[in-house]
Design a protein around this ligand. Structure first.
Ligand code: PPS
Ligand code: ADP
Length: 202
């Protein structure tokens, strides 16, 4: 643990940056099984917000495993550290005034809750991709469920490692009661939420 550390304050703060960008820094956190459509929706949202002149940054679980988190695997404690680091990075981006879009399985409730606790109330918006395991498994674009069922990957989420849903997701997609399942339309649902909560203006 580092000691004798003093926070250095800047004369240009989050409010100044938000004024410049005409938006509020926040985090959209897509969580759900592998194959549930997190990445597809994350990039559809990024594109839709870009078209509206809003600055976002997508951080995909798969991508951070190539750099920042390449020392981590999928043991319980590694996933906890993966999520903790992504949460801390999210905090920096949100402080920069950016709409940060995380796309990570983040299967354990405790780890997601710990990330939420890093932010002022409401600034981390958890979006649960509520897609049944059978559908994710049928999609299996990377063949990972196949490997997991064959015992070639141990501790695969949904197969032999749990996904723990929460009761307090801000958004659940696809929404019950309508037929909106395309990534582009679901991105609009998220944008409506951001508009309603005031994140798309300074
Ligand atoms: N054991 C195991 N369980 C789940 N997923 C696995 C595993 N091994 C590799 N993969 C691939 O890694 C991607 C998940 O990375 P995440 O950072 O989202 O995982 S986690 O939040 O730390 O659980 C995940 O990507 P997505 O399919 O995009 O979700 C998988 O491709
Ligand atoms: N809304 C959707 N409807 C149907 N198929 C989808 C949808 N979103 C993604 N897919 C498909 O499902 C597979 C997994 O999507 P992906 O975004 O990689 O999921 P995740 O990031 O959760 O692993 C891909 O083949 C993708 O084309």
């Amino acid at each position: 643990m580092a000691t004798n550390i003093v926070w250095h304050k800047s004369s240009v703060g989050k409010l100044h940056r938000q004024e410049l960008l005409q938006q509020k820094g926040c985090v959209i956190w897509f969580t759900g099984l592998s194959g549930s459509g997190k990445s597809t929706l994350a990039y559809a949202l990024c594109q839709a917000l870009y078209s509206r002149g809003k600055l976002t940054y997508v951080l995909d679980g798969d991508n951070v495993q190539h750099g920042l988190n390449r020392d981590l695997a999928f043991k319980v404690e590694d996933r906890a550290e993966n999520i903790r680091r992504i949460g801390e990075v999210a905090k920096l981006f949100a402080d920069a005034g950016i709409i940060y879009i995380a796309s990570v399985i983040s299967p354990y409730r405790k780890d997601r809750d710990a990330c939420c606790a890093l932010f002022p109330e409401g600034d981390l918006i958890k979006v649960f991709m509520d897609v049944p395991l059978q559908i994710c498994e049928a999609r299996d674009p990377k063949g990972l469920y196949n490997f997991a069922r064959a015992g070639k990957i141990k501790g695969f989420t949904g197969v032999d490692d749990p996904y723990e849903p929460s009761l307090n997701f801000e958004i659940v997609l696809p929404e019950k009661g309508n037929n909106i399942t395309s990534p582009y339309e679901m991105a609009e649902t998220v944008i409506s939420y951001l508009e309603e909560k005031g994140y798309l203006r300074a």
